[in-house]
Design a binder for this molecule. Structure first.
Ligand SMILES: [Mg+2]
Length: 212
């Protein structure tokens, strides 16, 4: 007999729980200017990912991004969205959060763990991107393979990265709660748009909440 597994949920960290894009963009605007005269919040809405901001693709800007990603001091300065923990707690009551899945490298795990705990996020393991996986090309395949391996123990993930998830064009059984996006009509039916954190909570409730 197949044992009945308890369903679990995973959470992404950057730009789902932490204001990574905005903190990085502020620094980049100071260093390299702001050609579009956009506030970092509007830049986030327009591009979603540092790697998609066209004028941040120069060797100097890319080197600076790499340095920030790998620097513990920098990671320490990224604001965690304290109010996100309110919704994470609510979600945790519907379906237990069992892990974080992040593209952050191994060398910044110590501070990542410390910051999550400090801001009241669940104390659960962090699965980080193996350092051998390249940031640009390997993440899509790595995350997909990992979720495949973890299914059916992990039935879903809250993640903002449309750049990665939008490329998953094969069938898969878990649900993606795509934070920060309002339209997923061109993507797999398993990807649910969740513009706000409240939308994440409501969508998780709809999928995993007790059916009356
Ligand atoms: Mg993210």
């Amino acid at each position: 007999m197949i044992p009945k597994l308890k369903p679990w949920l995973a959470l992404d960290i950057d730009d789902t729980l932490a204001a990574t894009f905005c903190c990085r963009a502020k620094k980049m605007q100071k260093l390299f200017g702001n050609p579009e005269w956009l506030k970092v919040e509007d830049l986030l809405k327009k591009y979603h990912n540092t790697y998609d901001v066209p004028y941040r693709q120069t060797p100097e800007a890319e080197a600076r991004t790499r340095h920030m990603v790998n620097d513990n001091e920098w990671q320490k300065s990224i604001s965690m969205c304290a109010w996100a923990s309110t919704y994470v707690k609510k979600v945790n009551k519907i379906i237990p959060i069992t892990a974080y899945i992040t593209v952050r490298p191994s060398k910044v795990m110590q501070w990542t763990k410390y910051r999550l705990k400090k801001f009241g996020f669940p104390d659960v393991p962090i699965i980080h991107k193996p350092d051998a996986v390249s940031k640009m090309d390997g993440v899509t395949t790595w995350k997909m393979a990992l979720l495949n391996k973890l299914y059916p123990n992990i039935l879903g993930i809250v993640d903002d990265n449309i750049r990665t998830i939008g490329k998953w064009n094969i069938e898969y059984p878990w649900t993606v709660f795509l934070y920060g996006h309002s339209d997923t009509s061109s993507l797999s039916a398993n990807i649910l748009p969740c513009e706000t954190r409240k939308d994440v909570y409501l969508a998780v409730k709809k999928v995993f909440g007790k059916k009356k």
